[in-house]
Write a protein that binds this ligand. Sequence first.
Ligand code: NAG
Ligand code: NAG
Ligand code: NAG
Ligand code: NAG
Ligand code: NAG
Ligand code: NAG
Ligand code: NAG
Length: 465
Amino acid sequence: MARCTNLMVCILVCMFVMNITLDVFHLTYLPFFEIAPKLKNLRYLKNSSCRIFEPFKTIPVFEESVIQHIRKTERRVFAVDCAAIINGNKPEIDRARAIMKNKTFSRKGFSDFDYINLTKNCDTFKLARGYNGFIQSTEEQEFPIAFSILLYKEVEQAERLLRALYTPRNYFCLHVDGDAAPEVHEAVQGIADCLYNVFVVSKKEFIVYAGFSRLQADINCMENLVERGKDWKYFINLPSQQFPIKTNAELIKILKIYNGANDIEGLTGYRRVESRFQFRYFYNRTEPTDVKPELFRSTYLRNDPPVNITVVKGSAYGVFSRKFVEFVVTSKPAREILDWFRDVYSPDEYYWATLQYNPQIGTPGSFYYGKPEDKPWLAVYAAWGGENPCQGKFVRGVCIFGVSDLQELVNKRQMFVNKFYLDYQPLALACIEEWHLNRTAVPSHLLAFNDTFYQQLPFIKPKEE
Ligand SMILES: *[C@@H]1O[C@H](CO)[C@@H](O)[C@H](O)[C@H]1NC(C)=O
Ligand SMILES: *[C@@H]1O[C@H](CO)[C@@H](O)[C@H](O)[C@H]1NC(C)=O
Ligand SMILES: *[C@@H]1O[C@H](CO)[C@@H](O)[C@H](O)[C@H]1NC(C)=O
Ligand SMILES: *[C@@H]1O[C@H](CO)[C@@H](O)[C@H](O)[C@H]1NC(C)=O
Ligand SMILES: *[C@@H]1O[C@H](CO)[C@@H](O)[C@H](O)[C@H]1NC(C)=O
Ligand SMILES: *[C@@H]1O[C@H](CO)[C@@H](O)[C@H](O)[C@H]1NC(C)=O
Ligand SMILES: *[C@@H]1O[C@H](CO)[C@@H](O)[C@H](O)[C@H]1NC(C)=O
């Protein structure tokens, strides 16, 4: 290849060759070359593991001894009695808090480098982390779910979420921020190389807080998942700080009741925060030395959205039917609307909701015509400052759960809870993990599952008579 002499030309050529699309391109204020040299790990932006995805072949047999092994070692908490904590036992909760405060307390987690080492031998990795034993009912075998997990650092937390959701039938797309540290990329690739139904997204985005690339990251995973898994029924996108409070079998029960409907949050009126899409936002750095740029509001007014749509706000996270995902990745109207969101602040919090609550778009999986905020949204429960109780701590208005929150959390209707931190009250995540695996390991938990609430939801697709 000819040597690039001019920096700008060189970067453009590299970007073309590497097929990088940074949304920075769509903004005129700051050209990409002011940002690119600060990306330390640019080489990881495009390094797809071009593995051929093997379709599911054999159904691993559930072995009681393996489940016992997993329960006894990896996901059992011995320092405290998690069952008591989840029952709200005050002395045990106090003991847990004291233990975590004690300077000698060690969480003994896995570093990113540990994962690189551990995944060099996949059999060791799978046994050590509990990917070998599964109870698979026919219902679970016939209803695969696709997930995307987004992460930037701390592979351990993403991996613990992955294994809670892992079954041989589900599909997982892992999106590592293009600018994450090399060991994060390598550790995640190592995990993906050990599990045939887990892969690293083929195009990694450089994620900027509230920027378009956050949304693009999910769309990249959607594209890969549609291509690689022909039989999954629903897609759920997750950050690694979330954790399920429903087992895979329970998720399937709920999703079957949804019957093809999406579960997407919708906020209208003043709650849309109009300035975020009325003005153009542009990238810049607060400090010239900052690696990641930030979004700033300009005084430039934006055009009206295409096809006469009303912008609706919601969450970046949701539960999406397969047809919805196919619509997003293949349909022209969906693409045009997506383009309109490029210089909006936090487009990931607008795009799904706008598609869902504008009937004229004809989005698949949308069956609710009332006011979106009048219906429940069950993808994820988060405790917001001033609205919900929180016994942990608030970070940017969202509760980081602690051990005293668990009793309330396990009774929620939602499928996931947001969020846990690895380094804040680590016994909270450890205990909910134990609780979740206990339920997974005992299929009879499903018998107690009361589906009345879900059957009565106003947004589900009515059963055809
Ligand atoms: C891409 O990833 C592989 C490991 O999967 C690594 O061996 C290779 O060096 C990487 N390539 C680049 C350009 O980083
Ligand atoms: C999980 O199951 C084990 C073994 O039956 C039990 O000792 C433990 O208390 C259970 N944990 C929770 C959180 O229910
Ligand atoms: C902290 O842990 C050490 C070692 O387990 C123990 O000896 C000590 O009593 C603990 N301190 C408190 C305040 O719990
Ligand atoms: C990984 O393995 C290598 C060689 O086996 C060893 O030297 C290194 O200390 C290990 N690293 C970690 C973090 O365990
Ligand atoms: C971007 O930020 C720098 C300071 O880091 C400032 O000097 C410059 O004016 C900003 N550019 C725009 C377009 O606001
Ligand atoms: C656009 O939508 C508004 C409100 O939904 C409606 O009153 C108007 O007629 C629509 N215009 C076109 C051109 O469809
Ligand atoms: C099931 O849930 C419904 C509503 O959510 C409630 O009215 C009913 O009592 C519950 N049934 C049982 C057996 O708990």
